[in-house]
Design a binder for this molecule. Structure first.
Ligand SMILES: Cc1cc2nc3c(=O)[nH]c(=O)nc-3n(C[C@H](O)[C@H](O)[C@H](O)COP(=O)(O)O)c2cc1C
Length: 397
């Protein structure tokens, strides 16, 4: 069998593209509108440089940290994604890889595997919720996750129901039935390896959301769940504080891009915030999170744990985020591409690439501990970053 190991996340992406049917790959690439934000997420990391040392470097380095009370062997976390047809083992494979590499697993409430299966595979599972349904329904879903063993809750609030992509949205069937088989047959036929993986598993891609199943009912389809979400009144800051109180344990608010919102998240009692723009899938025109990160970390980093996600493709990106104030970085597409390329082993491969890249950057910067990374370690362009969420939106540097 050909060597399945790959040496960069870029190669994992190439393999995912070769292996997945066009629509499935398109759903992973995602992005919204013109794609400005999704592009900026990676461009912003490319604009940042390093200021390395040459001698007096540290022979041994500690990459470990903690977020929301969970130990991490390196400052990387699995960000929740609604994965559907990438791989038969889906989120369970990702959870196993996360557990094998000593990091946390974020499970989307729009995921294709149940929180029971995923928490059994990873003792460090955070369950992610959107504001979908009534308060009673939210509590019922949250309690189910708690009972299953979830050790933290992630509330994702940055969603504005934008739709349409200039490059075209992939078709997603409501159900995998004969009609879908006929519609998608031609593109699947071009991806025999992907098809063989599913055939071997004895399953067919399941486009339902088992974590949103009502008690005694059946799992809604993805579109059914999306419809419930669109019909739910939008949450207020009081709602956020209420949910945080109902959960009572470690609680992350994901999607914060502004200093004023970060202060409100602190007031609502959040344990952590993720400076994030939903991987560029939400309001196009929102800048890369790493541009907003320094000001947010400066404003609230002493009161709440600040992590970030969006555009992380290499270990050095993680190190740049840490230098600018994050405790850890969460990844989305990078592990989805690894999952598509080689299942659990592919996700582990991605995590190993990130670990070695983090270690290499920490070595070059002369640190012994990732927690010692500082803004002086990175070269920031003069017009960068902007403060988002103050009256005058002025530059901070
Ligand atoms: C295909 C896809 C599905 C996603 N689904 C969710 C989700 O269900 N819940 C959520 O909080 N974020 C979701 N996200 C956003 C990710 O958690 C994360 O913020 C983003 O992917 C980070 O950017 P990156 O992909 O560049 O690493 C999704 C992202 C992608 C690409």
């Amino acid at each position: 069998m050909a060597n399945q190991w790959f040496e960069t996340v870029a190669e994992a992406q190439r393999r995912a593209k070769r292996r997945l049917p066009k629509s499935v790959y398109g759903a992973l690439i995602a992005g919204s509108e013109r794609g400005w934000t999704v592009e900026d997420n990676t461009r912003a990391y490319a604009e940042l440089g390093f200021a390395p040392h040459v001698a007096g470097l540290q022979g041994e380095r500690d990459l470990s940290t903690t977020v929301m009370g969970q130990p991490l062997s390196m400052p990387v976390m699995i960000s929740p994604t609604g994965v559907q047809a990438v791989h038969p083992d889906g989120e369970v494979a990702v959870a196993r890889a996360a557990a094998a590499r000593g990091i946390t697993m974020g499970l989307s409430s729009f995921a294709s595997k149940s929180v029971e299966e995923v928490a059994a595979a990873s003792p460090q599972t955070f369950f992610q919720m959107y504001w979908v349904g009534s308060r009673d329904v939210l509590v019922q879903r949250m309690e189910r996750a708690r009972k299953a063993g979830a050790v933290g809750l992630i509330m994702t609030l940055d969603w504005s129901f934008s739709n349409g992509r200039d490059w075209g949205s992939p078709a997603i069937p409501e159900k995998v039935n004969l009609k879908a088989a006929l519609q998608f047959g031609p593109e699947v036929a071009l991806r025999p390896q992907w098809l063989a993986t599913w055939l071997r598993s004895g399953a067919i891609p399941d486009l339902t959301t088992p974590n949103l199943t009502p008690p005694g009912g059946t799992a809604p389809t993805f579109f059914g769940a999306y419809g419930e979400w669109m019909g739910t009144p939008l949450p207020t800051w009081d709602d956020v504080a209420w949910l945080r109180e109902q959960w009572g344990g470690p609680f992350m608010l994901k999607g914060v891009m502004r200093v004023d919102d970060a202060h409100r998240a602190v007031d609502a009692g959040c344990t952590a915030i993720s400076v994030s723009n939903h991987g560029g899938n939400n309001l196009d025109g929102t800048p890369a999170p790493v541009r907003a990160l320094p000001a947010i970390a400066k404003a609230v980093g002493h009161e709440v744990e600040v992590v970030t996600d969006g555009g992380i493709r290499r270990g050095s990106d993680v190190v740049k985020a840490l230098a600018l104030g994050a405790k850890a970085a969460m990844i989305g597409r990078a592990y989805l591409w690894g999952l598509a390329a080689n299942g659990q082993a592919g996700v582990e491969n991605v995590l190993d690439i990130l670990r070695s890249g983090i270690d290499s950057a920490v070595l070059g910067l002369g640190h012994r501990d990732v927690k010692d990374l500082r803004p002086e370690d990175v070269v920031v362009p003069a017009n960068w970053p902007r403060v988002l969420g103050t009256a005058d939106q002025k530059d901070v540097v």
